[in-house]
Ligand binder design. Structure first.
Ligand code: NDP
Length: 259
């Protein structure tokens, strides 16, 4: 098989959580481009349905929008069941749905700490658990988590201890399940982006340009990344091109963590 053929995911089924926009949308586009049938799993119906329709039109694959709140177990179970009903298997899961807020740790309310953990970490756990059950039954699959460089470093100058904790948790979870689930043919890897300009942080950047300049000053490449900078690695990790890669965590940050 040629190198490029190993990236193909024809007729495979791929779930991308939080794929209505931003990084998840770019990853869903990439997976559809290499032939996967794609499930867009997020909460808001209009952008979710629109993303699913655009992907199908552009790439000629099957797509579904499935209303999903990754922090709610019943919602995740339903999403996995509907995926299997539609496509027969779950071959690829990308845990991308995530949220952020900025607070100094000493002022962080417990409820806000838990809100971030519930979506970013518990959500990845729930989706992985129910997807892995399907993958185990069908001989394997690939799980890709969108973690963050924030799981490894301190953010500066803003307070983000809850977000950093959620992403460190994701990294630890990934390492463990990559080991536990290897006997079922399931590979699990993380991607850790740096600052990618999306709806997640646009308001903070607009409202506080000095903070954004501090971030940029720490980047070797001096500029924010784009969702399209992340998608090719997600496609690689999802595909057979990465068949010998598991338990790995790759940083894409324009050199932020180098400095
Ligand atoms: P966006 O805010 O652009 O998109 C977030 C997506 O997640 C939306 O589709 C949103 O849809 C969905 N979402 C939010 N909450 C839930 C939920 N409870 N259940 C299901 N879906 C949900 O974010 P990004 O594209 O920037 O971020 C994507 C991932 O990348 C996140 O995990 C983030 O932590 C990570 N990341 C981002 C970085 C950045 O600089 N942008 C840097 C490092 C990591 P809806 O609201 O309709 O549910």
């Amino acid at each position: 098989m040629s190198v490029i053929e190993r990236f193909q995911l024809d007729q495979q089924s791929a779930i991308v959580t939080g794929a209505s926009r931003g990084i998840g949308r770019a990853i869903a586009d990439g997976l559809a481009e290499v032939g996967a049938n794609v499930v867009i799993a997020n909460r808001s119906e209009d952008p979710g349905r629109q993303a699913a329709e655009e992907l199908a039109d552009e790439h000629g694959v099957e797509t579904r929008w499935i209303e999903t709140d990754v922090s709610k177990e019943a919602s995740v179970r339903n999403m996995i069941e509907e995926t299997v009903d539609a496509f027969g298997t779950v071959d690829v899961l990308v845990n991308n749905a995530g949220i952020v807020s900025l607070y100094p740790a000493e002022e962080l309310e417990l409820s806000e700490f838990q809100r971030i953990i519930d979506v970013n970490l518990t959500g990845a756990f729930l989706c992985s658990k129910y997807a892995a059950r399907e993958m185990k039954d069908t001989g394997g699959g690939s799980i890709v988590n969108i973690s963050s460089m924030s799981g490894k470093i301190a953010n500066y100058p803003q307070g983000e201890a809850h977000y950093c904790a959620s992403k460190s948790g994701m990294d630890g979870f990934m390492t463990q399940v990559a080991s536990e689930w290897s006997e079922y043919g399931i590979r699990v890897n993380n991607i850790s982006p740096g600052y990618i300009l999306t709806d997640l942080n646009r308001e903070y950047v607009d409202d506080n340009p000095e903070m954004a300049e501090t971030w940029k000053a720490n980047m070797v490449m001096d500029e924010f990344g784009t969702p399209e900078d992340i998608a090719p690695l997600a496609v690689y990790l999802a595909s057979d091109a990465a068949s010998y890669v598991t338990g790995e965590n790759v940083v894409i940050d324009g050199g932020y963590t180098v400095r």
